[in-house]
Design a protein around this ligand. Sequence first.
Ligand code: SAH
Length: 392
Amino acid sequence: MTILPVIPTSLDQPDAVATKRRPSMPPRHLADLDLAARQAAVKSLGEPAFRAKQISTHYFGRLVRDVDAMTDLPAASRARLTDDLLPTLLTPVRELACDDGATRKTLWRLHDGSLVESVLMGYPDRVTACVSSQAGCGMACPFCATGQQGLTRNLSIAEIVDQVVYLAGVAASGAVTGAPPRLSRVVFMGMGEPLANYPRVIEAVRRLTTPAPEGLGLSQRHITVSTVGLVPAIHRLTAEDLNVTLALSLHAPDDDLRDELVPVNQRWKVAEVLDAAFDYAARTGRRISIEYALIRDVNDQPWRADLLGKLLRGKLAHVNLIPLNPTPGSKWDASPKPVEREFVRRLREAGVSTTVRDTRGREIDGACGQLAAGELTEASAGGAAADAEVAQ
Ligand code: SAH
């Protein structure tokens, strides 16, 4: 049996598919709105319009998410403003740290019980947040833990933005060992297929990159959107006025194998998806990142390295090889190091810039839905962790 992906028929697809847990979109939050809409919202509560700027400065400028800590707001207004503009969207279920505190992973419960994950990664010169764009994922890639769960629902704009604002607050507290206190990069490489939640992801990017107090003021160039290769959505992204980095999860240079590893390839073939990605690179001037999880004896043969090199030679592209992080019960494993080295050597020989991604957070199930998958298994066994915990 072939597992088929859920291919969106429209980029503005409905928010949820039916599951037992009745997923539903969260209440509205200020991060869903631009500044003008926030001003209209506070006015409709009978508050002066400047309150919108006040709470926006707290939230985006000072990374304060709790209205009670916004002491310049009249106490009488706080409950009203919380209910209307600052509902709790994300409740931490687990927080785990590893790599001596340089990697921190958070598992969140959303208002409808859905679980999503974010990861914070510190480096000497930067701090990167890896965020989720959907609860679950409909793309069904067989090596990915999230792909095994299916899609629960799209995240709202604010559910995406709030992950980043929370993690920026963690970074600002100095909790990320050996890294600067300012979060500077965001990668959409957590749970979900960002381009299947297109309008919200784009709005979230705008919110993250608009200067404070309207947004978080990150650089567009420091945001990476990763996709399985939804070709019409890549074209649409190319037409946006955004300078984000596009990552394409290729994982195989030939249609036979990619049809299996990234089932959406059954709809949009390697040549077509690469053309769309090259077009993005040409229009934005930004090098695309080709993601390739090296899987032992599956996609790591020298001839596949050569074919990939041929496809990418002379293009504005960089290959990011990811040692496979095996999901529990998976038949697949990472490639042996000598095989990985040979794969890199052949790509470089073909003139293609190539690096091997570091494997941050392995011991905390850092890859792609593994923490949520573990939690779902525990929950169905009746042993879900109810309280937040920080394992150091
Ligand atoms: N849906 C998007 C973004 C989420 S996953 C996409 O597919 O691009 C981010 C990256 O991690 C993708 O390249 C994905 O293929 C890869 N990935 C997923 N599971 C993995 C695993 N078990 N080991 C290594 N990489 C994995």
